[in-house]
Design a protein around this ligand. Structure first.
Ligand code: GDG
Length: 479
């Protein structure tokens, strides 16, 4: 293949946690092909956009466009984050429909298409990421691009009945299908999209993930994203991790520790989780004084009203729990609205008997995989995972729970606290196998191989055979 051209709202040029994961995922392919990465600079301007900042890092070109204040509002805050994000997380009750937003969203996608076309060469491969750029594939075709285009959606794709509440649903689906390979996090998301295409666009399914629709043949697959498991494991022994462990140990003492790490977002099910923790203490008196929970919840997009409301709910719930059950030397639930370094998170995961990952809906959820990677194989903790996270399709040896059901969740925490060592080890081994095999490199390679018909990074045959076997095993597990 020629160069890889990646497009995402934020790029590795900024230090946000999300871009960090994607940066790890794409870096090998971008560096090896001297590729380019397009995205928003994070800057806003008044009036006309200033244009594009360009710089080169390790042979990779970064091309970052500013947005006008109107674009930041219409494309980013409103259409992407106040309409698409809630609807795609099955929360159409929270969606805000503003008539002009789609035009602004569409104009930003068009502008990126022109920026890319001006710099792309014929044999380049374009890989578009996420819900901010669902119209970009079609916009590139309109500008005359005939090369390969891939699209990967990091968030869930809802059932057609919900997707159709977005007024521009048909336009969005058609634009996505201008790409050659369309990737989803899970089989469930893939089926939702295909069902929409079948029922409303006359699509026909063919062999090998191929779908005929809008006069084109596209490949639609499930590519569950992974983490750099080896690197994450190595964090646990770092000085920063050990320092975090020392500090939190003073708070935990001899008690068992429960950890949650989530951006402060309504999709993550934090009020439901706090309520379930309260129910655990209500219904299982023997657990009182025996465990402590820490919830790390860095703020995200706090300008949006729902996030402020969420904050108020969490303050009230944690206040209630600590007020009812706390003692002079025990705070049952601590919740920290700030971020920590990745090494510190690894340390905190590693000493926690329970990892609570209970989103109401999630594309994948990388915290679940990080928690598994950070465990001590001799004395591993227990992952409690929402059945509505994409990760649940792969990580079925976790304790799978319905996050809306407080009694069910409280029972799962209780079970995890008292689970015998042998069972903890068995479950963890199965989970660790999946997290290590289907890591971030596997994800990138699988997607790019399907997109280009060739591996972007040379592998020896044994490695390739191992990955193919692993893929078959995963397919079988999640069929
Ligand atoms: C979207 C989809 C999909 C969290 N707190 C801190 C911190 N984090 C890191 C975690 C993890 C990442 O942020 C969060 O990833 P998730 O997958 O849990 O969730 P989203 O941010 O919603 O990501 C999701 C993902 O895209 C990838 O495709 O899995 O479904 O919603 O890595 O560790 N990182 C640091 N400090 C923190 O305090 N450094």
């Amino acid at each position: 293949m020629g160069r890889l051209i990646a497009v995402s709202n934020r790029t590795a040029a900024d230090a946000s946690a999300r871009a960090g994961g994607l940066a790890v995922a794409l870096s090998d392919a971008l560096v090896k092909t001297n590729g380019a990465w397009f995205g928003w600079s994070g800057e806003t301007t008044q009036g006309q956009p200033r244009g594009v900042t360009m710089f080169r890092n390790e042979g990779v070109d970064f091309l970052l466009a500013d947005l006008t204040e109107e674009e930041r509002q219409g494309y980013y805050l409103s259409y992407s984050n106040s309409l698409i994000w809630p609807v795609f997380h099955y929360r159409n009750d929270l969606a805000r429909f503003v008539e002009d937003d789609f035009n602004i969203y569409s104009a930003v996608n068009d502008r990126f298409a022109r920026l890319i076309i001006a710099r792309a060469r014929d044999d380049d491969v374009i890989w578009i990421h996420d819900y901010h750029f669902m119209l970009l594939g079609e916009a590139l075709r309109r500008e005359g691009w005939t090369g390969r285009i891939g699209f990967f959606l990091h968030i869930p794709f809802p059932p057609p009945e919900i997707f159709r509440t977005v007024p521009q649903h048909y336009h969005l689906a058609r634009a996505i299908c201008a790409c050659d390979v369309i990737g989803f996090q899970s089989m469930n998301d893939r089926m939702n999209f295909i069902r929409y295409l079948r029922e409303y666009c006359g699509a026909r399914e063919r062999e090998g993930d191929i779908v005929e629709v809008f006069g084109r043949r596209v490949r639609i697959g499930a590519y569950p994203i992974g983490i750099d498991a080896e690197m994450f494991k190595s964090y646990v022994s770092s000085e920063k991790a050990q320092n975090a462990v020392r500090r939190i140990s003073r708070f935990i003492g001899e008690r068992l520790h429960v950890i949650g790490v989530d951006r402060m977002d309504y999709s993550k099910g934090l009020p439901e989780r706090f309520a379930a923790f309260g129910k655990l203490l209500d219904d299982y008196p023997e657990t009182r004084g025996k465990l402590s929970m820490t919830q790390i919840a860095p703020p995200s997009r706090s300008s949006v009203e729902e996030y402020r409301e969420l904050r108020n709910q969490l303050d009230a719930l944690s206040g209630r729990i600590n007020g009812d059950y706390g003692d002079l030397d025990w705070t049952p639930l601590r919740y920290l609205v700030r971020s920590f370094e990745r090494e510190e998170l690894a340390g905190l995961y590693s000493i926690s008997r329970v990892g609570l990952v209970t989103p109401l809906r999630d594309g994948m959820n990388l915290v679940a995989k990080e928690y598994v990677a950070a465990q001590n194989p001799e004395d591993p903790g227990v992952l409690i995972l929402s059945e509505f996270a994409g990760a649940a399709e792969q990580l079925d040896q976790a304790l799978l729970v319905n996050p809306y059901d407080a009694a069910n969740l409280a029972a799962a925490i209780n079970m995890a606290l008292y689970m015998p060592l042998e069972e903890r080890r068995e479950r963890w081994h199965a989970l660790n196998e999946i997290v290590s095999r289907y890591d971030i490199a596997w994800w990138r390679e699988k997607f790019l191989t399907d997109l280009t018909g060739e591996s972007s990074i040379a592998e020896d045959d044994a490695d390739e055979a191992r990955r193919a076997a692993a893929l078959r095993a995963w397919r079988k597990r999640s069929a």
